[in-house]
Design a protein. Structure first.
Length: 80
């Protein structure tokens, strides 16, 4: 089970840290995008935006990024 979780994380980790196509975003823009993704049910996009915000403002978003990654690890294996 633990191996499956690590494999799932490695499968979506690049999406979490990828830059958005239109360049750098501010923390406020990323928060708005994360809220929109959450409202639309796109948990992977939400986690991606939160983790990008974490790179810009680690003191506020590092823990949130960790929590979103853990949540995705729990959810993704269940979707197979």
């Amino acid at each position: 089970m633990r191996l499956l979780q690590h494999a799932a994380f490695l499968a979506f980790a690049p999406m979490l840290f990828a830059q958005t196509p239109d360049g750098a975003k501010t923390v406020d823009q990323l928060r708005v995008l994360a809220d929109q993704a959450k409202a639309g049910g796109d948990l992977q996009a939400e986690a991606s935006y939160i983790c990008q915000a974490s790179a810009l403002k680690p003191d506020k978003y590092d823990k949130r990024c960790e929590l979103h990654q853990e949540r995705l690890l729990r959810i993704l294996p269940g979707q197979r």
